[in-house]
Design a protein around this ligand. Structure first.
Ligand code: 1HE
Length: 260
């Protein structure tokens, strides 16, 4: 593949955005390769990490390619991003985004499709679509807005505000902030933790939680009870519950302690 690297670390697949000379700007061919890479990762790994090669995570949409498109080609392009990012968000395995440098426009949309975001202190976040005369088209109005809230996203888009990693954490855009250069190794460790969970639990976590969030409380509780019962009666759950009861599985760790 030209724009994407794939590696594996045990049960974790690593997808690298690999167009550093253009700051990992996402062209049509790039997003298609990303889909192939996500499919390959799902077939071989229990969790995934997505990261940027070079000085930035991702500068968003390839503006040079976009400028030549007709309006209808633009719609198809946006729908392609939706399809590929949805494969990640509502697929079979959890994804952790390791962020550094620019996480802007479509780069933030891609990061918002992962399940956990880890930023190092060099990361900065912006939605410059307003300044470019366009609108978000890779899912930010749904995913990024749900993470940070509509008021903050509106502010970012109207004013061109760029926020640092600490602010992004306060805004719920990222879950972890780590020292410069540490986002990838932290993301791999977190993905490794997720990979050790029961597959059915991970599937329910990533597929059911965002859907239940979009339901009424009554519908959400009803759906939750079925998922809870379905997962709890799986052979893997029986094995894991018995492992704890017979002291073969670790206890819950206190914050800062190694997991048992
Ligand atoms: C690009 C792109 C790009 C860089 N499309 N070519 N995204 C943006 O509006 C962000 C635009 N990019 C930037 O503001 C800066 O490049 C960065 C802050 C990300 C990085 O700055 P820096 O100094 O490290 O790099 P640079 O010198 O600006 O860029 C290096 C090269 O990458 C340069 O090309 P060169 O041929 O002159 O070397 C840049 O033109 C090129 N480059 N970003 C194309 N985005 C589905 S809807 C989503 C809508 C959006 O994502 S809108 C936001 C688009």
């Amino acid at each position: 593949m030209k724009y994407i690297t794939i590696e594996s670390r045990g049960d974790v697949a690593l997808i690298g955005l690999n167009r550093p000379e253009k700051r990992n700007a996402i062209s049509d061919a790039f997003v298609e390769e990303l889909e192939v890479a996500i499919n390959a990762a799902e077939a071989s790994a229990k969790a995934g990490v997505i990261h940027g090669i070079g000085p930035h995570f991702c500068a968003g949409l390839d503006l040079a390619e976009h400028v030549k498109k007709t309006p209808f080609e633009g719609v198809h392009g946006s729908r392609r991003w939706h399809r590929v990012f949805d494969r990640m968000q509502r697929g079979r395995i959890p994804w952790v985004a390791a962020l550094h440098g620019a996480v802007v426009g479509g780069g933030l949309e891609l990061a918002s499709s992962a399940h956990i975001r880890v930023a190092d202190t060099t990361a900065f976040f912006a939605l410059p679509e307003g300044q470019r005369g366009i609108f978000v088209g890779g899912g930010a109005s749904v995913r990024s807005a749900r993470l940070m809230g509509v008021a903050r996203m509106t502010d970012m888009m109207l004013t061109g505000r760029s926020v640092d990693a600490a602010t992004a954490e306060r805004w719920n855009l990222v879950q972890y902030v780590v020292d410069e250069g540490k986002s990838l190794e932290t993301a791999i460790a977190l993905a490794g933790n997720a990979a050790s969970n029961a597959e059915i639990s991970n599937y329910a976590i990533i597929n059911a939680l965002p859907r239940i969030q979009d339901m009424s409380s009554d519908d959400g509780l009803f759906v939750e009870s079925f998922i809870a019962s379905f997962t709890a009666t799986s052979p893997e759950a029986e094995e894991r519950l018995n492992a704890f009861l017979t002291k073969k599985a670790g206890k819950v760790a206190r914050p800062g302690e190694e997991r048992g």
